[in-house]
Ligand binder design. Sequence first.
Ligand code: IFM
Length: 445
Amino acid sequence: MFNKKQFGAEFKWGVSTAAYQIEGAHNIDDKGFSIWDTFSNQNKKILGNHNGNHACDFYNRHEDDLKLIKYLNIPNFRFSLSWPRILPSGIGTINQKGVDFYDRLIDHSMELGVTPWVTLYHWDLPQMIEDKGGWTNRDVVSWFSDFVEVCANKFGDRVNNWMILNEPMVFTGAGYFLGIHAPGRKGLKNFIPAVHHAALCQSLGARVLKSICPNANVGTTFSCSHLEPNTSSEKDKLATKRVDALINRLFIEPSLGLGYPTDDLKLLDRIYDYFLPDDEKLLPFDFDFVGLQNYTREIVTHSYFVPLLQAKLIKADKRNVPITLMNWEVYPDAMYQTLKKFDQYSQIKKIIVTENGAAFHDVFFDGKIEDELRANYLKDHIREVLRAKNDGIKVEGYFVWTLLDNFEWAEGFYPRFGIVHTNFKTQERTIKKSGYWYKNFLDNK
Ligand code: IFM
């Protein structure tokens, strides 16, 4: 068995959440609507026709939820700011009540000795910005920069740790290419400009933040899966390379000054149609840390049936492997491999695992949830982080996804990722065995 001490005193332990998934209060205190308010309230967009209107009611219960974090001995709390709660129209007038909420959240957190880690954008784009073209409109770059400026000015006196974007590949891919996430747009004509504008926001947002808070610890986050070809055939290997360029390299490489991985992913060529003369210089930013979010590995096979990419992922339930409710393979070595892969970018100074966790069926027995599978998942993945650290990989933090069972995007409330159970009817919280495991692990001084 391993313990916390082996990671060193400076290692950051935490738990991650996101505004739309927990806050609820979707139309309270003059909040503007986000694309997720619109999308999830349309018929049949979300499994079970769920929506995040009330979610975990964190907006009203954050004081108690912060006490839970404290009770669980978790020293760092990652949450995101809802852009339309602060700027209801996306631009212009600031909603003081929205600012007050985040002031309370930050202040209460700090009073308890829990350090805030703030994500500026975790997918809830103001609907009024989407009405103007959303991520496909180049103006989003200046609108986002203005939002960052407001947040840095309002909260930068207390918040030191910032992440600019959460998983840009997911919100552009699922929201602007596949249409399965908000705003539900499809096709390369939406995806390609959305990618470029998000990549510009990633670096420009960081620049704005640093200009206002020069000492801030600024990172951004990427979702990454460990990839393996289905066979050793050249076709499967090349297919894996293309998928890797798309899902793992697309946003990190421009930020490191390496440009977009167009050599391995021809479908990206069109991205240069959206370039303005200085864009090449604007894309890089020297982040203080990179947030990696790994959950699984994927097996890739060549496919003539998938246009342009000519590759597809073999679903985990077809591979006779242990899976979670998301149909993601449980494969802890993926964590190690992902850390190793990103460590090879010499430009990255520091890596923090800003998300890792699992959704399983939870059953109440005698008022308790003995979620052995989730506890083991966390243990096994944290062990891989230690292996990486011991091998000299520059990983310096780990955050569990997530505190509370919450609104899991297109899957609604069905997959429960929390280390604390949420009863969505009564909003009662029950710490699961995995939560107690993390608490005891973190207690080991
Ligand atoms: O719930 C999401 C989160 O919002 C982003 N990363 C992956 C999690 C699990 O799917």
